[in-house]
Ligand binder design. Sequence first.
Ligand SMILES: Nc1nc2c(ncn2[C@@H]2O[C@H](COP(=O)(O)OP(=O)(O)O)[C@@H](O)[C@H]2O)c(=O)[nH]1
Ligand SMILES: [Mg+2]
Length: 262
Amino acid sequence: MRFFVIGFGQAGGKILDMFVENEKMRGSKSRIKWLAVNTARTDLIGLKHVPMKDRLLIGQTVVKGHGVGTDNKLGAKITQDEIETILSAIDERGTHDLDAFLIIAGLGGGTGSGGAPVLAKHLKELYSEPVYAFGILPAPEEGKLYSLNAARSMVSLMKYVDNLILFDNGAWKYEGLSLRESFEKINDEIVRRIALLSRAGEPLEENMVGEMVVDSSEVINTLKGGGISSIGYATSLAEEKKDFRYSRRRKRSLRQLREIGP
Ligand SMILES: Nc1nc2c(ncn2[C@@H]2O[C@H](COP(=O)(O)OP(=O)(O)O)[C@@H](O)[C@H]2O)c(=O)[nH]1
Ligand SMILES: [Mg+2]
């Protein structure tokens, strides 16, 4: 499934960064496109795997690269004012063979929380492909302002996206670790889920397709019609069974039998 992934704000950018690392590690000729958007220069500089050319700083004249703090109204305003720049950056990277857009953002902060719904609205107007958002909910310990920001952002996102996929930091915080210390592990869980979606309908390696695959249209049909979703993830060990009928030794012995035989 070919996504255009936009990492909006700090959390969105960090998760996109890990996703890009993951794609590079697979060494696949990934057809996924991406862009990190932020009002904070340091957040963009901190990314390690998203190529420099795919990082876009917005709001420079207003916040001078220092970010919007937790002011998601300002995050929304800057995004609205600079929407043409963002849309051209997306267009320049190629949108002709996409299956869907995916905007990743932490909903409790300022840039991603305010910016993601504005971007979703414009993408919806401009493109026929579905627009999904992957929203991260703040943990209760982050306080009321974060919760309020998340509530506002969710209400707006729901108006524009084809589906809002949520992930709750509070529920995923690891025991004995602070929220901040948990981020890396949480992000790993998130990237696993996004990678799973992006694999839908794609060959595992060249000419290798899994026996039971979910293809992009099934994902699109499942997420269709708005609403909120969450993605579960489970793995289990596969038992390796040698199928004797197809083993080389068996083939050889069949040939020998034929050669010896009548
Ligand atoms: N899962 C996860 N959440 C994060 C991460 N960084 C920040 N957050 C959360 O995202 C929310 C918004 O923060 P942030 O992304 O910094 O805001 P923004 O930069 O203004 O968009 C808060 O609830 C943070 O706890 C991260 O790396 N992983
Ligand atoms: Mg931040």
